[in-house]
Design a protein around this ligand. Sequence first.
Ligand code: PEP
Ligand code: MN
Length: 349
Amino acid sequence: MVVVMEERASEEQVQHVIAQLVEKGFDVHRSTGQLRSVLGAVGGNRSFDTRLIEVMDGVHEVLRITEPYKLASRTFKPERTTVSFGEFRVGGDEVIVMAGPCSVETDAQISASAAAVRKAGAKVLRGGAFKPRSSPYSFQGLGEEGLRMMRAAADAEGLKVASEVMDVSQIELVARYADILQVGARNMQNYTLLRELGKIRTPVLLKRGISATIEEWLLSAEYVLSGGNTDVILCERGIRTFESYTRNTMDISAIPVVQKLSHLPIVADPSHGTGLRDKVTPMARAAVAAGADGLIIEVHPDPDKALSDGAQSIFPSQFDRLMAELRIIAPAIGRSICLDPVARRGWGT
Ligand code: PEP
Ligand code: MN
């Protein structure tokens, strides 16, 4: 941390700040220029509240130079992390696509979704059995029955399963059926949930909170990592801004920003990111072009009848076309994307 003193700061004020820093465990190096003193403080606690210094008399500005998170940072681990589940991994050269309906609704709906997304090249079937709905009167999900249906549909197609866990009490149940546990945007700061997810070894897909800064998001990842679960995948899903033409504002720039700050893989969700079916394809293309390690996309066999998020769910035919386009975009930036799903699964040989 660097503490810049005011030009007119008295010697007594400088000494007071130094004493405070030393008391908080920092080593202080002072440089005195012609106009002002600058204090370099090293050591101390990563979570130190810099405002305690900022409010002291004679202080002009306090600049933090180390990130408040540690395990999630590139400083701690310079090489990229890959998160594996079965034969797939996120964070390597291959862009992994997760797709499926917002919610599991019926056996027929989830089976049709699984078949469609697998055929187009998705590796993971997404679908919620516990739904965090803004209204308590909206469809809340099928619970365990939905998980069972989704697991069966995914197994029939050789897909992995990603599903949301909303509460500590659901972890054990959802982990029995899913390969990836999704923490929804509304729960990004549910620290009790994050701590518990740190204790298990199932990969966690951590969505960015609706109004979370990237720093807050990485601090949430830190909760899971510090519990010992190193398999965290970040997911940009749009943030709330003043713009009203889209449901959320999809922050594509978060992808390169996160990749510079953190070694964790990051995927993008253009469905919640925009909230509108016709915006999903362009933003999915953009996310891959920006370097996303994967995508999570809502695809429904009959979106207009979907029990949740129908307006942002794309038709299987649109998903097919998108995947074909991504197979052109990904290689342009040195990534691959499911070149031949049938051959990769050993079928048709
Ligand atoms: C979802 O994936 O269906 C979902 C509810 O996502 P989010 O938490 O990003 O709103
Ligand atoms: Mn949804």
